[in-house]
Design a protein around this ligand. Structure first.
Ligand SMILES: Cc1cc2nc3c(=O)[nH]c(=O)nc-3n(C[C@H](O)[C@H](O)[C@H](O)COP(=O)(O)O)c2cc1C
Length: 537
């Protein structure tokens, strides 16, 4: 039961903290001649081209990020409605809007292909794979998505969904899904710059991708659920991953079918497929592999026990004055489509210090990004008729507000039961926010810096080391939704790294004993003032 030997999880977390001292003592110089290729390119497999004419997705982005299989979005299929089974065009949309190349920018050193979702360092270390039964226009198989030429490459022919069903201990949504998308991270592609901290980045960068993926699935009326409980070795073997260099991190069941997955073959043949080298040489950071091993689930029993509800948590008594959020209603909020919003999203490179956000817009961002996430570590599955209890998250939000109209500048925490902000301390904290964000200007100049903080003691106790993966992924998903909520409303956002312990100190005593997981800054961009696309009624 390595997963419950959580000293390993804590050791990884502590060893990869940033602090004022650590960034100076462990200065890391980038060897540009050894920069890894941001794509996994199979050298011997033919591409299966995906349809390039992907129709724009019209569902308002703010609706798409906050709906889903929870009784508040598209209805679940009834016995009479057609089954939501994606075809190749639907899959192309899902893959394009979550992991596709959406922008190409020329730089003195060459070109960078930017993708649909934000990713640390634009290094794009997460790859997507599909495991599907026969679809209307795609044969059953195991496929890799290749964003560089927008195509699939078949790794295995035949229906292997049964193997995924077995690896997830017959997770109910996986059992009913015609397709499961598996996300896998390649260490070196991100560790070239971020060294051992890359294992945290797997969760963040996989999470921003899943925010887009889940929103796209919702807009296409496809039920989707995030699954993190699976037997690692079985999934890695199915995808032919070299487990010293790459590892499956999460998966998403997609759609519903009445064709149950066939029993998997007794033995899954080893796959060995040649891929292009990422760079002239690769450097290994064993701490990440150790963390991955320590958080691996070994068999179906362990998976079955692992999934379920998160640790019980009640919001603490308000410390200060509670300020209820005022999210805009469906009729007043921006109705810009999710497809258009994903295409215009980008990380804000400079915020306009002199601009503020309206309290309504800020409330809408918090409310829409903090709704339920359908995931196997976040509680019960919704039923078509049943009311769903407000699912808890593993992360709580703590905020430094600089410029939101009507909100006193200061430090706050979000009370998600009451949908209200709790004022922890009033004051101008621009300088402190910049310092906490690794001395970058972004969190100082934004309208607000939003910190994700988790009670890792409780997470480790309930979910073992694997809970660490879940906390990082969840933060990435919520952060990804914040990007989309910001761009939908005409302002900007950027993911950010941080000085771990100093963040906790700043928000203490409320945050005492907890751990910093992630940060997003939001505000108006200094470069161009984007048009606000709200439809005032
Ligand atoms: C988890 C995460 C952390 C990030 N941290 C920083 C950061 O500390 N500083 C920064 O300037 N950009 C940061 N970024 C922004 C990335 O550099 C950016 O996403 C990447 O270059 C891709 O560009 P795009 O988001 O405009 O598509 C972060 C992004 C993510 C998703």
């Amino acid at each position: 039961m390595r997963n419950h030997e959580t000293a390993a999880g804590w050791a990884y977390h502590d060893a990869t903290k940033h602090s004022f001292r650590s960034v100076r003592d462990k200065a890391h110089f980038l060897d540009w001649s050894n920069k890894p290729l941001p794509f996994k390119i199979y050298t011997t497999l033919d591409p299966i081209e995906l349809p390039r004419e992907v129709p724009p997705l019209e569902m308002p982005a703010l609706e798409a990020i906050s709906s889903g299989e929870w009784g508040i979005g598209p209805p679940l299929p009834t016995p009479d409605s057609p089954l939501p089974i994606p075809d190749l065009k639907g899959l192309a949309q899902i893959l394009y809007y979550s992991a596709g190349v959406t922008k190409i920018k020329q730089h003195p050193g060459g070109e960078i292909m930017f993708r649909a979702a934000a990713c640390t360092g634009a290094l794009y270390e997460i790859d997507l794979y599909l495991v599907c039964g026969d679809l209307p226009d795609l044969e059953a198989g195991v496929y890799h998505f290749s964003p560089h030429d927008f195509s699939l490459r078949r790794l295995r022919r035949g229906d292997y969904r049964g193997e995924i069903a077995r690896a997830t201990a017959r997770e109910p949504d996986v059992m009913r899904a015609p397709v499961t998308i598996i996300c896998a991270g390649t260490y070196w592609r991100n560790a070239w710059k971020y060294q051992a901290r890359t294992y945290r980045h797997f969760g963040w960068d996989n999470g921003t991708m899943l925010a887009n993926l889940m929103a796209t699935a919702t807009a296409l009326n496809l039920p989707a659920r995030v699954v993190m409980g699976f037997v690692d070795e079985d999934v890695n073997r199915l995808l032919g991953l070299d487990s010293d260099r790459e590892a499956a991190f999460s998966m998403v069941s997609l759609g519903r079918t009445s064709q149950p997955a066939p029993e998997p073959p007794a033995e899954i043949e080893r796959l060995e497929m040649e891929t292009e080298p990422l760079s002239p040489s690769e450097f290994d950071y064993p701490a990440m592999r150790e963390m991955h091993t320590a958080s691996s689930l070994l068999d179906e029993d362990e998976v079955r026990r692992w999934r379920g509800s998160p640790p019980e948590r009640r919001e603490p008594e308000p410390q200060g004055r509670l300020i209820p959020l005022k999210p805009l209603g469906e009729e007043e909020m921006s109705r810009e489509g999710i497809g258009a919003v994903i295409l215009k999203r980008g990380s804000t490179r400079r915020f306009d210090r002199s601009s503020s956000l309206s309290f309504d817009q800020f409330s809408t961002l918090l409310y829409r990004s903090m709704r339920e996430i359908p995931a196997d570590f976040l509680g019960p599955v919704a039923t078509a008729s049943g009311a769903v209890p407000a699912a808890q998250h593993l992360n709580q939000l703590y905020l430094i507000v600089h410029a939101v109209d009507g909100l006193q500048p200061g430090a706050y925490s979000l009370d998600r039961e009451r949908w209200a902000l709790d004022l922890l301390k009033a004051g101008e904290f621009r300088r402190e926010a910049g310092y906490l964000g690794l001395e970058q200007a972004l969190p100082a100049e934004a309208a607000a810096a939003i910190f994700f903080i988790a009670d890792l003691n409780a997470v480790f106790e309930r979910f073992g080391n694997r809970g660490y993966r879940a906390a990082q992924l969840e933060a990435g998903i919520i952060g990804g939704k914040m990007y989309l909520a910001a761009y939908a409303q005409g302002f900007g956002a950027s993911g950010l790294t941080f000085y771990d312990d100093e963040v906790i100190e700043f928000f203490s005593p409320r945050a005492q004993g907890k751990s910093a997981i992630f940060q997003v800054a939001v505000g108006k961009s200094a470069k161009r003032r984007m048009e606000v696309t709200q439809t005032a009624t």
